[in-house]
Design a binder for this molecule. Structure first.
Ligand code: GLU
Length: 442
């Protein structure tokens, strides 16, 4: 049987790291099994869903390298939900309810006041045909609930182990609203059944939904997927991550020039106790991936971990991975990468070595730089003789430390900071080095 997983974002905002983890793990489950990964846009909430969020979500997934094999949009699948709804209604498993939102709120308040859980009391099930006719006559339009079975709903969860949800503690879920639109809970179950989804990996905030969705899928006569519910990610304050949390948004990492692999490496291992591997693309995470290694305790997401992994990743990135992006030659990349936070920074150092530049020279350093020019080795480039040059200059000038190195760096690069000078000198012709020491644009 083909393994089919799905990532089902609601396009009500941009992706945050919690969403990315869900997308990645579903992608890995599918790819590891040679199966299919479906992107499903859960836009049943018409008011909060926005087309620009769909575009941004797809763009972020592409940036991450999480390609999908199929794509579906819930707002385009109305007839499929209608057919499923009819089937449940004909089977007597969907029933009309007439309470207003205020009446439901009052019912919950009464239940809480008497110490009972706020579970829908099924009063609509007790309505007779006559009662319903009267309500209809008054102009009341029903919403619909799915009748949960009486027996507890159980499944083996790939992360949480045996789960058993007593249905007495859960309200019969609303599946269709007064305006005939369907709810996320229903559409998702119908889609998982219709798309033959075999594995659902998602956050543990969905556990109660899962119980109801399993019951709906069974009622539709379809096989129930395997489920895995991951503990939620917490921010550094110990609070849950939300879509509004800027720093945990994918956009923030992209803007800072973080490699997608750094984010993926951290998210693939967070909560497993394994060290995050430095991989350039998600395929590198397939080997050894196992859902069973995820723990059940909530985990803290630390953006610094991504930053550290990013550094490790950039320092080891092979030329093929950056060739298109950085516009430097292979030898230069090999020498410079260990000094970069972002691959794109290589371009500025490349220009500095290959294009004329106005040197920065302080008035007190003129004589010293003349000495440096006099002592400049004849080798071209001068890099192999760098140590000898510096030793000779140190003796001749009686300078050391910052007084020795900073004027050289300023003359050669016009900046106070940067990669080690021998690295840059490897890629600069001797004539350029000499010109800059003498204060010329070179
Ligand atoms: N649209 C839901 C969400 O973003 C999908 C959950 C699911 O069914 O996996 O939470």
């Amino acid at each position: 049987m083909t393994v089919i997983t799905r990532f089902a974002p609601s396009p009500t905002g941009r992706l945050h790291v919690g969403n990315v983890r869900t997308a990645l793990l579903n992608w890995l489950v599918a790819r590891q099994a040679g199966g299919r990964f479906v992107l499903r846009i859960d836009d049943t909430d018409r008011e909060r869903s926005r087309p620009e969020h769909v575009v941004a979500i797809e763009d972020d997934l592409s940036w991450l390298g999480l390609a999908w094999d199929d794509r579906a949009v819930q707002s385009e699948r109305g007839p499929i939900y209608e057919a499923a709804f009819d089937r449940l209604r004909e089977a007597g498993l969907a029933y009309p309810c007439y309470e207003t939102a205020d009446e439901l709120a009052a019912m919950r308040a009464r239940q809480r006041a008497s110490g009972k859980p706020p579970v829908y009391d099924r009063s609509a099930l007790a309505l007779s045909e006559l009662d319903r006719g009267k309500l209809k006559h008054e102009g009341r339009v029903p919403y619909w609930r799915f009748r949960l079975p009486d027996a507890p709903i159980a499944w083996h969860d790939a992360v949480q182990g045996e789960k058993r949800i007593p249905t007495g503690a859960v309200s019969d879920p609303v599946i269709r609203r007064e305006d005939a639109s369907v709810t996320y809970l229903f559409a998702s179950a119908v889609d998982d059944a219709a798309m033959a989804v075999t594995d659902v990996v998602r956050g543990e905030d969905h556990v109660t939904n899962t119980a109801a969705q399993i019951a709906i899928i069974r009622a539709l006569g379809k096989p129930v997927p395997r489920f895995a519910h991951l503990p939620l990610l917490l921010d550094d304050q110990g609070a849950g991550l939300s879509k509004r949390l800027g720093s945990a948004g994918v956009a923030a990492f992209r803007e800072r020039g973080i490699e997608p692999g750094a984010l993926l490496g951290v998210l693939a291992t967070l909560g497993t106790g394994k060290a995050p591997p430095a991989v350039a693309a998600p395929e590198g995470l397939l080997d050894g991936f196992d859902l069973a290694s995820f723990g059940r305790a909530p985990v803290r997401f630390d953006p610094d971990e991504v930053r550290h992994l990013n550094e490790r990743l950039v320092h080891g990135l092979p030329y093929e991975a950056v060739r298109q992006r950085v516009g430097v030659d292979e030898a230069f990349w090999g020498d410079i990468r260990a000094n970069l936070e972002r691959p794109e920074e290589a371009a500025a150092w490349w220009r500095l070595c290959t294009e004329p530049l106005e040197p920065a020279i302080g008035p007190d350093d003129r004589a010293f730089l003349d000495q440096a020019a006099d002592l400049l080795p004849e080798t071209d480039p001068v890099a192999p003789a760098y140590d000898d040059w510096i030793a000779a200059l140190k003796t001749a000038s009686n300078r050391k430390g910052k007084a020795l190195f900073m004027p050289l760096r300023l003359a050669l690069t016009a900046r106070e900071h940067g990669p080690p000078l021998p690295v840059l000198l490897t890629h600069m012709p001797r004539s350029r080095v000499l010109g800059r020491l003498l204060g010329r644009v070179a």
